[in-house]
Ligand binder design. Sequence first.
Ligand SMILES: NC(=O)c1ccc[n+]([C@@H]2O[C@H](COP(=O)([O-])OP(=O)(O)OC[C@H]3O[C@@H](n4cnc5c(N)ncnc54)[C@H](O)[C@@H]3O)[C@@H](O)[C@H]2O)c1
Length: 255
Amino acid sequence: MGERLKKKVAIITGAASGIGAATAELFAREGAVVLVADRNAAGAEATARRISPGGEQARALRVDVYEEADVQAMIRAALDAWGRTDILVNNAGVGSDMDIRSFTPDEFDRVLGINLRGPLLCCKHALPAMLDAGRGAIVNVASISSTCGIPGQSIYGPSKGGLLQLTRQLAVEFADRHIRVNAVSPGTVETPLIGGPVHDSERLSDEHKWLRARHPIGRFGQPVEVAAAILFLASDEASFITGANLAVDGGYTAQ
Ligand SMILES: NC(=O)c1ccc[n+]([C@@H]2O[C@H](COP(=O)([O-])OP(=O)(O)OC[C@H]3O[C@@H](n4cnc5c(N)ncnc54)[C@H](O)[C@@H]3O)[C@@H](O)[C@H]2O)c1
């Protein structure tokens, strides 16, 4: 057990699965207590039980980040259980491979609603308690699609571009009150969002082969590799870092 987040209270959205679950596990190993928030209640329970079977270090809560009442209840739950929120990780998100020629307003509302409105609501409701405490760290899980055009991501890309701009906006606005706001931008990571582990070349679709060839490191990432970057930005080791976008992409955006 490490101490990089000793006694910190962290809320992680989308923590039932993938990057969020790996982050919740790593945070707990580094001494944090974690609210495992996800709209998948059973998945959130499973993550929390795996981390802390007795519930001392992790609790699960069903939260749809699109719904303001759910988000309010999430912040309230952390305050009621542990008295404060030191860290918010806006990780909940959905993919979308819709080409603009198939654009539907419903898909736009679904993806922007979860990937951008969701983090905005979470920040809105986490900030008052962080401001009262005089400190806080927010980490947003953006994407290589925040800064790179990728065919087929006409809706997902703007949702993640908006999240990166929200990161910079809040970082500047709240820096003098000791709230740090940063982003990580993963390349392709083997989670259920992309169809699970795909390193088995038998299972690689043409799209996956195309994408893998664009990662100079020659492979996709693993959830824990993104979790390690989130941990760094959330910890006091990053005390002079705010408004940053940390690429965790095997070199994708270095090209
Ligand atoms: N996997 C990748 O290649 C990749 C690359 C770049 C960025 N990301 C981003 O990383 C984040 C985590 O994705 P992942 O790959 O671990 O996917 P995942 O599907 O494994 O996990 C996403 C989690 O978010 C939850 N979720 C979805 N909508 C929600 C909502 N409205 N309210 C609450 N929870 C909700 C899901 O139930 C799920 O548990 C996402 O924001 C995603 O856009 C992923």
